[in-house]
Design a binder for this molecule. Sequence first.
Ligand SMILES: Nc1ncnc2c1ncn2[C@@H]1O[C@H](COP(=O)(O)OP(=O)(O)OP(=O)(O)O)[C@@H](O)[C@H]1O
Length: 259
Amino acid sequence: MMRRVAIELKNVSRQFISPAGKVTLALRDFSLTVNEGDFCVIVGPTGCGKSTTLGMITGLNPPSTGTVEVFGKPVTGIDPDIGFVFQADAVFPWKNVLDNVAVGPIYRGKPAAQAREMAAHWVRRVGLAGFEHHFPHQLSGGMRKRVALAQTFINEPKILLMDEPFSALDVQTRALMQDELLGLWSEKKASVVFVTHDIEEAIALGDRVVVLSKGPGSVKCSYDIGLPRPRDVSTARYTGEFIDLSRKIWSDLKDEVQI
Ligand SMILES: Nc1ncnc2c1ncn2[C@@H]1O[C@H](COP(=O)(O)OP(=O)(O)OP(=O)(O)O)[C@@H](O)[C@H]1O
């Protein structure tokens, strides 16, 4: 069966003009197609336009030329079917865990009691049972990330955009969160675009890893990741296929950062 195209960027470019009039071309002739239910990971050298790409899919940052479509429609503004998780936690410091997770449904018009019931389910789902009444400053970094995941998944986004969400975590916590993310994702299979600098994270998570060239970014190459699912991140990384992919992507990126 042919799957629908979830996200399509066609021949996109994006330039920024500073107040002093300096022009930066962030992306040039950039094209990317993400099918429905696919987990697409973008890696690339610093400043190559990865975050800019996500901004274009959200509609916050329109392209200078080219087209961006989500489920066949041009992106015109913020779409409630799109969820985001960024590096910085988007939790409200003055709300407890339960109220932080209930924010999405309340914003979408659910009555408070129902929203809190849904939130209680998601708090348990991400392993935070017992912490409902804790405030963000009373949690570890990994626990705050769990709150962020619950906050996002409670809205059942069809599209999920993630910009280095786990890069501030220590290695063990990061691996745990990668497994948690894959577990959550596998239930509904949102179409994901995940940006990271971590090549092993890219291979462990993705159906596809897209490597960008240095800025102005465009697609340098793309790898289909055939590792079986469900994946256990900590064991997948010792397979020959994983190590082989990792070596290839490292060498692609090395070419891009050499001066
Ligand atoms: N609002 C803006 N105004 C001016 N220049 C910008 C703006 N946003 C991004 N840029 C420039 O566009 C280029 C791409 O930035 P972007 O943040 O997309 O890169 P990135 O690949 O996500 O980088 P990193 O890996 O370091 O996070 C950079 O040269 C950046 O300085």
